[in-house]
Design a protein around this ligand. Structure first.
Ligand SMILES: [Zn+2]
Ligand SMILES: [Zn+2]
Length: 382
């Protein structure tokens, strides 16, 4: 087949030979053309297979090509995988890619996973006990591929972990959390102990159990606690803001002017700030001496910043990414500022920091053991 690509004439002759051999009695021009077309079509379909490549690994534990993990998350997962390797000798590796088509692969994840597993040679060469978790972010497909030493024993447990532990979290695009929980579940399935507790003492295991329970509880309780805290803060600020004031001159109780009445006491810039909701103004009036107190309340979350020319919080910035940052180079973005109050207008360019990728070479050995997979494991999508 490869020869056909390079030397089309050779292929053409072989087709003619075939037709001459098999179809000689029925040979017609249209038959011949159909053959040619179906042959070309088959060739076209098979072309991507020739250009398929696999990424090379940069380390044995986490190869986050899709940048789904930050340094801290990546290190936590790496430590779990290192512990498994050091204490049980099992090579378990996590790989993320953006798209399988980036490597010339189209279609299902199974052949790609098996191919990558064997290309890297994950696991012990004799025991074939390696494990690989592969996540293809934009294909929204994943697979846990296991070495041939496990036979079919792990297929059902891995499927259960994918369906119950990992993909429900991936559905919310929370990849770091999904991968971390999945790694923990797979390690427990493999050795019957949780990461951080392999060969640990009983007290260590109790501590681990409590911390896991606490984590689960935290996930459930945190949103409620944050809600209560937010509401309390809001009520407190509201109370301070609308509490009765006395005139600093004659001590009379002041009145808070309604929104449409306070506008005439505000400057143009302040009115625009109110329109943009970047600052809210309260105007208090003393009914006796007409003394005015103007109080400004800055919005907590606003896209507007203070203008360097007029000083009002009416400056809007629009960011355009000129070049994205990669792991090897910084990127560049342009921010165009435009003031809604004055004529101030300017642009600045800012460097986007390089995407960090920690390089860890610790953990004994810098290459996989040469294990292979015959396609065992399980897949899922979200
Ligand atoms: Zn007064
Ligand atoms: Zn301005």
């Amino acid at each position: 087949m490869i020869a056909y690509c390079g030397q089309p004439k050779l292929g053409f002759h072989r087709i003619q030979d075939n037709i001459g051999g098999h179809l000689a009695p029925f040979f017609s021009y249209s038959d011949f053309m159909i053959r040619i077309y179906s042959y070309l079509f088959a060739l076209l379909l098979s072309l991507p297979a020739y250009s398929q490549t696999y990424p090379d690994y940069t380390e044995l534990y986490v190869n986050d090509f899709a940048d789904l993990l930050n340094i801290i998350q990546e290190q936590a997962i790496r430590e779990d995988l290192m512990e498994l390797r050091e204490k049980r000798g099992i090579e378990f590796t996590v790989v993320t890619v953006k798209l399988m088509s980036d490597y010339g692969h189209f279609g299902e994840i199974e052949p790609f996973a098996t191919g990558l597993f064997n290309y890297w040679g994950i696991g012990d060469a004799l025991k074939n006990d390696g494990v690989m978790m592969l996540v293809s972010r934009y294909d929204r497909k994943m697979r846990i591929e296991v070495g041939s030493g496990y036979g079919n024993n792990l297929n059902a447990p891995m499927k259960r972990i994918i369906d119950r532990t990992i993909t429900p979290i991936f559905k919310n695009d929370e990849y770091a959390q999904g991968i971390a929980s999945g790694v923990e579940a797979v390690i427990y399935e493999l050795v019957g102990e949780y990461p951080g507790e392999i060969d640990g003492s009983t007290s260590q295991k109790i501590r681990g159990f409590l911390s896991r329970a606490l984590t689960a509880l935290k996930w459930a309780i945190w949103p409620i606690a944050a809600g209560i805290l937010g509401l309390a803060t809001w009520l407190y600020r509201r109370r301070l803001r609308y509490k009765k004031r006395r005139c600093p001159i004659d001590g009379t109780k002041m009145q808070l002017l309604a929104e449409h009445w306070d506008d005439q006491h505000l400057k143009d810039g302040e009115r625009i700030e109110e329109d943009l909701k970047s600052v809210d103004y309260d105007v208090w009036l003393c009914p006796k001496c007409e003394h005015l107190t103007i109080e400004a309340y800055k919005a907590w979350f606003t896209p507007y910043s203070a203008c360097r020319s007029c000083g009002f919080k009416t400056l809007e910035g629009t960011t355009t990414v000129l070049s994205s940052a990669t792991t090897s180079s910084t990127g560049l973005k342009r921010i165009d500022y435009d003031c809604h109050n004055c004529s101030e207008q300017y642009s600045i360019k800012k460097v986007i920091p390089r995407v960090s990728q920690s390089s860890s070479s610790s953990g004994g050995g810098s290459s996989f053991g040469g294990g292979s997979s015959s396609g065992g494991g399980a897949s899922g999508s979200w």
